[in-house]
Ligand binder design. Sequence first.
Ligand code: SAH
Ligand code: SF4
Length: 360
Amino acid sequence: MNALPQNLADPSAHTLPGREPLIGKSMEELRELVKSMDEPAFRAEQLHHWLYVHCVRSLDDMSNLKRAFRDKLAERYQVGSLVIDQKEVSQDGTTKYLFRLPDGKVVESVLMYFEERGTYAICLSTQVGCAVNCDFCATGKLGFMRNLSVAEIVEQYVYVQADSGKEIRNIVFMGQGEPMLNYDNLMQSIHILNKSAEVGIRHITISTSGIVPRIYDLAEANLQLTLAISLHAPDNATREAIMPLNKKWPLEELMPALHHYAGATGKRLTIEYILLAGVNDQPSHAHDLGKLLQGLKCNINLIPYNPIGDGYGYKRPSNNAIHRFKDALLPYGKKVTVRVERGVDIAAACGQLANKVQQA
Ligand code: SAH
Ligand code: SF4
């Protein structure tokens, strides 16, 4: 793996109090576990099915496992470790789950319904807080607390599926945290979500602020998922003013990484561009962006700023300004969409996840 600068490299390993969660274990790991308990191999398949197909919450619900095996399992393991602390439903049907983690910290996941496709998607968190500290983001304002374990990432999906009774076919890593700064756990989680929970790899999106070494690593992994890049500005000066990580990885490092990624994987990237009134929303920015992206296989997703509280100095552009920006981009031949915000009334939209309970 490519090395990261010291201040972003701390994996902050943590130990979970209580028994070890079974969720987050792959089929191979469950086979090992069953073998170590001198149980027949088919028990691993049964466990796997209860965890990822039936999404049960308790060992007692695994009704075809004999009592003695369940008791033996319960000495060391539990199904999962998250607890729903709060659940809020938006006027648009979006549901925000606030999970309490074993060490008392909290983290959020958002369940969204897409009417046009009739499918559900979940937005997962990968860290508590975030070290990247983008100036427009509520998670960034929290600072970095710790990485989520594989179990904690996968369990958000499994638990919300169980609680909602909905089949969730799409996963976006756009919740709290910078997924590429928890890279190993992210990769292992994707493996389990794809192979065990059977979410199609093409239905998984990672959004990153642009951790350049990890973009090269992901290109090497060559997965057919979607990579979304939070570009947000077409020049270094504007980007650095809103995203301090641009000092570490300026556009002259980020752009070659994106070209490399698109070439190595054959996949079209998504370029995310937050629209902040008076900061990066002028037609001149759109022209610079169009030129910067020339020759890169990508779609552009414009994200009008979602407010994160008073005093941060940013404003959402008017609808006119949003459309003027979009129109100015169109001659550059990319597909341009404007993200429809979801759950703004319950602070569940992009950038708004900030653990109100944790702050209290
Ligand atoms: N850390 C990752 C993924 C989480 S944020 C990343 O930064 O890409 C998902 C998207 O929401 C990113 O594009 C992010 O820049 C954007 N975002 C952050 N704060 C926002 C806000 N207040 N309004 C709108 N979008 C925001
Ligand atoms: Fe972190 Fe993403 Fe928020 Fe930036 S936008 S602070 S990278 S969560």
